[in-house]
Every structure is written in structure tokens, then in C-alpha cells.
Design a protein around this ligand. Structure first.
Ligand SMILES: *[C@@H]1O[C@H](CO)[C@@H](O)[C@H](O)[C@H]1NC(C)=O
Length: 481
């Protein structure tokens, strides 16, 4: 293979010439690769010298093959202004240098967020199946009568049927700019239907802290965070809006509604009800269920979420909120989401009844997204368990009992997206501090409605970040006896 890596230091004319040559070779190669992408497209149009996709595909291939030492990325737009030599890779945590060739010594493990970067190697292995090309004329209008691009709607519906995690026939779908926007739509919908009564959003701890922060941006009196005053609690003059996060963030537990109040409205956040994270025990059929691309395929940055809704009036109000809040959802993001879900579907249409004995890279090679993610999380959890089992200072405070998974057709253990750790010793009042001193930046339990005697660690970060976490956990457990 030709050397395609532009140097970051030299600007010699020779190098420029070699770069031009490499680009020409790439153009030829890209045209051959492109040939396989869309069987529906006629061969003559692809062969044509002025195929409109050529420049875009050359640039995309160039970015894909840029040498970041396997520890970082460059994106095509970084080359828009020409100066190829000046472009430096965006490196994963703990790596630096224009090609990510240097390791940062004593680098902290930053695992407080839930950035799903563990999916990057899968999509790197499946670039061809997941790529989209967007011409300048693509859906530039508002398309006010069509909020959800039909191609995306079909893929969402088909994927839920394939996985068997939600009842989708006869249900309405609303797409949102991530699940966060759909949560706002849900608060708005319930308050519109509350006939002037106060709405109180209630989530038993531990819960996902962003929902608390989100509700607190709304003027109290309409929608308020937490239980109302004791005097109001026993009356019917308020509307409880319970958010059931199941599997729960941070601890992965399977939840059902806890509130008994007769007027309770419930929003179900089922972001983690996918075979990667938990056994699929049957299709869920709640009134208002939320899902998100970020936890399904890992594309958190595309900001695509969807709501599955039974009631037509609730559907209309949810849709109205999205329309008035952001005039719908980016068409580009919807197109990309449709293609990603399509590739997952097509992978499973090609291969049936595949077991779980393989390793993640094999499953990525077979385009089996759920097998990839499940086995990756399984091997990560096995290692974490092994480490923590030997400790009586720190406890993994989660139920991970195996259950039969209808999707994988075998008994599997849940592989939650977060480890939820409890510090057992009386004197270890701040687990968060103990982890921080050990170089692990976690999320404290206090943010999740508990105390910092608990910490949440991300299990879904990139491979090198996870290795770094393991190294730090090992050191902490050794020092802590
Ligand atoms: C990528 O870059 C690094 C650092 O400059 C170098 O050591 C390595 O050999 C390069 N790899 C390839 C495949 O060119």
C-alpha cells in the first residue's frame, strides 16, 4: 500500500508532490470502493469521470486512512483549508503528538461521563456499511409536514421488531434532538394536560442527574423538581410526573413505577434497554417510552432520540413541543441515523443465530453490532468483577444476575454502561475523593441523589481509556488492601 501519511513537520515541495500522487491513487481506489456501496446505482453513472461523489469520497478516504497511531482521528473538514501538513490528530485521552505517537505519563482516568466511545472500533470496521454522502441540495427545506424522515422511521420500527425490545406496531413516533429534548417535550406535554395543577417530577435515587438539572431550569410552579410540600402530597391537587429510567442510570437496575398517586403520569427512559446492556426479556409496551441513538449505536453527537407513544393527543403535544423548540430535527442527523440503523439491520439479516463465544472484533467484521457491544461489555465487566471481588473495601453495588435474553437466545449477564461502586468502610465517607486521589475522576453519588459514598464509573469509554481505568483501579485496590 502507498504511504499516505502527510508529515506534520516538513513542507518540502517533494512531499506536496507525493501527497498529490497519493490523492490521485486514493481517488482511483475510492471510486472502486464506492462501486460496492449502492447496488441500486447504475454502473455507468459511477464510472463517469465527473461523478459528483468523487471529491467527497477522496476526502473521506483520506481522513479515514490518516495515521493517528491507532489512538486518534482526523475528520475530513480538518483539511478544508488545504494545509494538510498542519493538521494534527485529535487524540484519545492520555495520548498526544500530531500523530498521537506520545503517551502522557501519569494520566488520570476520566470516567465521569458516559461518552460511548467503545463503539468507535466497530464503526471503523464498518465504514463502508455506515457511510452516507450528503449533496448540497439534500432536504434543504423545513419540510414542515414531515417531521420524521420516512427512511428513519422505517429503520427505527424495523430495529425494535428485530430486537424485540418495544411494541411498535400501532404506536406513534416522535424524533427529537436527543432524548434530552424529548424529556423537555414530556414535561411540557404533562403540564399542558395538568389543567393548572402543579407538576412535580419525581425520580427515586439513584437517578441520572441531568434530569434534575434540566427540570430546575423550568420556572417553579409549573413543573418542579422533587416531591411537593407535605400538605399537598396527600391531596389530589398535584400531578406527579415520574421518570422511570430502566435499565437505570447509574446502577443498571430494572425499574417500574414507584408512585401510587392516582394522577401519576410516567415517562419511561429505556435508553439502555438494548442487548448490549441487559437481557431483553420481552417487548416493552409503556405509554410513553424514550430511546436514543447514543446508547444504541454510540452516536451521541448526532443528537437523535425518539419517543414511542400510545396516545394520539400525547403524540401531538410532544410533536408540537419539538416543532416550537427547534422546528424539527436536523435532516442530516436523521439521514445518518437511518443509515446506521440500516447497517445494523442488514448485518443481522445476513447472519442468523450467531452465538456469543466470539470476540468483539470478529462480530464487528460480521457487522453484528449487538454482538460486538455485548461481548465488549462482558469482557470489561469480567475484568472489573475480578478486581473488585478481592476487595472488601469497595463493592460493586449492582445486581448482575443472569437472565434469558430473547434476542441472543441464551442466558446472559447484564453489562451495564456504568459501574456503581460503594465504599464500605465507615471512615471512607467520600468515595469520590478516594477515587480522585487514585487518579480516577468519577461521578459522585451525591449528584445522583445519594451520597458520595457511591461513585459511578463509565464502562462504555474507548478501549485505551478503559485500559487506563483498569490500571488505576488495580493500583487503588493494591494500596487499599
Ligand atoms: C504512524 O506515525 C507514527 C509516528 O509518527 C510512526 O511511528 C508509525 O510508524 C506510523 N505508522 C504508519 C503505518 O505509517
Amino acid at each position: 500500500m502507498v504511504q499516505r501519511q502527510p508529515s506534520s513537520t516538513s513542507t518540502s515541495p517533494l512531499l506536496g508532490a507525493s501527497l498529490a500522487f497519493n490523492l490521485a491513487v486514493l481517488a482511483w481506489w475510492a471510486s472502486r470502493v464506492y462501486f460496492n456501496v449502492g447496488p441500486a446505482v447504475s454502473e455507468t453513472s459511477i464510472h463517469s469521470k465527473d461523478s459528483w461523489t468523487r471529491t467527497a469520497s477522496v476526502e473521506a478516504e483520506f481522513a479515514e486512512s490518516f495515521n493517528c497511531s491507532g489512538r486518534g482521528v482526523v475528520y475530513a473538514e480538518m483539511f478544508f483549508q488545504g494545509a494538510h501538513d498542519a493538521v494534527s490528530c485529535i487524540c484519545e485521552d492520555c495520548f498526544t503528538g500530531s500523530h498521537c505517537e506520545h503517551v502522557v505519563p501519569n494520566c488520570q482516568a476520566i470516567v465521569h461521563s458516559g461518552d460511548p466511545l467503545m463503539f468507535v472500533p466497530y464503526w471503523r470496521q464498518n465504514s463502508a456499511a455506515s457511510a452516507v454522502l450528503i449533496p448540497g441540495w439534500y432536504r434543504i427545506g423545513y419540510e414542515l409536514t414531515q417531521r420524521l424522515i420516512p427512511g428513519l422511521e422505517k429503520e427505527i420500527r424495523t430495529l425494535h421488531k428485530l430486537v424485540g425490545n418495544a411494541v411498535i406496531d400501532g404506536r406513534y413516533l416522535v424524533v427529537g434532538t436527543g432524548e434530552m429534548q424529548l424529556m423537555m417535550a414530556a414535561y411540557s406535554t404533562v403540564s399542558m394536560e395538568a389543567e393548572g395543577l402543579p407538576v412535580n417530577v419525581v425520580i427515586p435515587p439513584p437517578y441520572y442527574d441531568a434530569y434534575e438539572r434540566q427540570v430546575k431550569t423550568i420556572k417553579p410552579g409549573t413543573v418542579t423538581w422533587g416531591m411537593p410540600s407535605l400538605t399537598l402530597q396527600n391531596t389530589e391537587n398535584w400531578i406527579p410526573l415520574e421518570v422511570v429510567i430502566s435499565p437505570n442510570n447509574p446502577d443498571g437496575s430494572i425499574r417500574t413505577g414507584a408512585l401510587k398517586h392516582p394522577r401519576t403520569r410516567t415517562v419511561y427512559d429505556h435508553a439502555y434497554y438494548w442487548p448490549h446492556y441487559t437481557p431483553i426479556t420481552g417487548p416493552l409496551d409503556d405509554d410513553l417510552m424514550l430511546f436514543t441513538l447514543s446508547k444504541t449505536t454510540g452516536h451521541a453527537g448526532s443528537r437523535i432520540g425518539w419517543a414511542i407513544i400510545k396516545d394520539h393527543e400525547v403524540y401531538q403535544k410532544m410533536q408540537l413541543f419539538v416543532v416550537l423548540n427547534s422546528v424539527g430535527v436536523s435532516h442530516e442527523a436523521q439521514l445518518r441515523a437511518a443509515q446506521l440503523l440500516r447497517s445494523a439491520r442488514e448485518g443481522y439479516q445476513k447472519a442468523k443465530n450467531v452465538g456469543l463465544d466470539g470476540v468483539p472484533t470478529d462480530y464487528a467484521a460480521q457487522q453484528l453490532l449487538f454482538h460486538f457491544a455485548h461481548t465488549k461489555l462482558r469482557s470489561r465487566w469480567d475484568r472489573m468483577n475480578q478486581l473488585f471481588q478481592a476487595s472488601n473495601r469497595f463493592l460493586i453495588a449492582q445486581d448482575r444476575d443472569p437472565k434469558y435474553c430473547n434476542f441472543f437466545k441464551e442466558i446472559v449477564r447484564p453489562g451495564p454502561a456504568f459501574a456503581w461502586i460503594h465504599c464500605q468502610r465507615e471512615e471512607d465517607k467520600s468515595c469520590l475523593e478516594i477515587f480522585k486521589e487514585a487518579g480516577i475522576v468519577a461521578r459522585g453519588g451525591a449528584r445522583c441523589g445519594m451520597t458520595d459514598r457511591y461513585v459511578r464509573l463509565s464502562m462504555v469509554d474507548g478501549d485505551s481509556a478503559f485500559e487506563n481505568l483498569i490500571t488505576h483501579v488495580q493500583a487503588l485496590l493494591m494500596s487499599g488492601r
